[in-house]
Design a protein around this ligand. Structure first.
Ligand code: AMP
Ligand code: MN
Ligand code: MN
Ligand code: MN
Length: 292
């Protein structure tokens, strides 16, 4: 059992098309893959079942951007019905916010004499445009030295060309995921720039509005942090999820399946034991876990 329940395609800010992502997932030995593009489920409209290798199960998913106390917080939805109207209405609104934000970034770039962002974005296959695309544009133009540099200096909170978006609330995202029959998971809890008390508050508020899972293991997480997240998960009665947040083969630290196994104490709270899970991924009950 190797379940990577957080990965992106080029329908949001990943670089691979779904077929190549599915091939990579099989080659890397995954048993389960969830495609969780930012604010879009467009990948699932394009997938030919013949692309899914025997032994690999694909879960429909999404990663929704929300605002919580002015902090951008990501909620992953797993096992969703992509045709659900409530969910799609929310995702359309989020995609609209993304286009508006890109236009705002284009305005400030133009004021600095940097033209062509919107033309560049129009050449991309994405349904949900994001800051990663803008970072790539700045890189191609020689304005940023790296993606990190682009985020730090230009697109991050206090960046020169940053623009904000009024994402939906955590409650809106959780409600839409649940309306679509899915399980809501709080993504990469350790990546938010908030204090430990604020993180504890975030997790308990997420659980209070119907959130059911926490990403306990993901890329670049050391053993101490993994242990801390396991406590946070179990302490709030949540299910434990795992996912790489894969975007591109170029970033080998975040490759598919590249994360620590769940700690043994999470064994009976692993997300694949959730009663809603078989609906999206077949009847999977076997799980081998060990200490990371
Ligand atoms: P967005 O959803 O458009 O606001 O963009 C958020 C995405 O940008 C994340 O999902 C990452 O893929 C990427 N990202 C955020 N911060 C960084 C960073 N410091 N370096 C590289 N990529 C980043
Ligand atoms: Mn991303
Ligand atoms: Mn995220
Ligand atoms: Mn992600």
């Amino acid at each position: 059992m190797l379940a990577d329940l957080h990965a992106h395609t080029w329908f949001s800010d990943g670089t691979l098309p779904p077929q190549a992502l599915l091939e990579r997932a099989a080659a890397r030995g995954l048993t389960h893959l969830a495609i969780t593009d930012h604010d879009t489920t467009a990948a699932f409209e394009s997938i030919d079942p013949a692309w899914i290798a025997p032994g690999l199960q694909l879960l429909p998913g999404v990663e929704i951007s929300t605002l919580w106390e002015r902090q951008e917080v990501h909620i992953v939805g797993l096992g969703i019905d992509c045709d659900d109207l409530t969910l799609q209405t929310l995702l359309q609104a989020q995609q609209h916010l993304r286009r508006e934000r890109a236009a705002a970034m284009d305005m400030s770039l133009q004021k600095a004499g940097i033209c062509g962002l919107m033309d560049y974005l129009a050449t991309l296959p994405c349904t949900a445009v994001g800051r990663n695309h803008v970072a790539q544009f700045l890189l191609d133009r020689g304005i940023a030295r790296s993606k990190e540099h682009a985020f730090k200096n230009f697109l991050g909170d206090k960046g020169k060309y940053a623009a904000s978006a009024r994402w939906c609330s955590i409650e809106d995202a959780v409600n839409a995921i649940r309306a679509a029959g899915g399980i809501a998971i709080l993504a990469h809890p350790n990546r938010y720039r908030i204090s430990n008390p604020a993180l504890r508050r975030l997790v308990s508020e997420f659980a209070a509005v119907g959130g059911e899972g926490l990403e306990v293991s993901y890329s670049n997480l050391d053993a101490d942090r993994l242990d801390h997240l396991a406590s946070l998960c179990l302490g709030n009665g949540l299910w434990a999820s795992t996912g790489s947040d894969f975007h591109s083969p170029g970033n080998h630290w975040m490759d598919l399946g590249k994360f620590r196994l769940l700690p043994a104490r999470c064994a009976d709270r692993a997300i694949w034991l959730h009663s809603g899970w078989p609906r999206c991924a077949g009847d999977v009950k076997q799980v081998s876990l060990s200490d990371a």
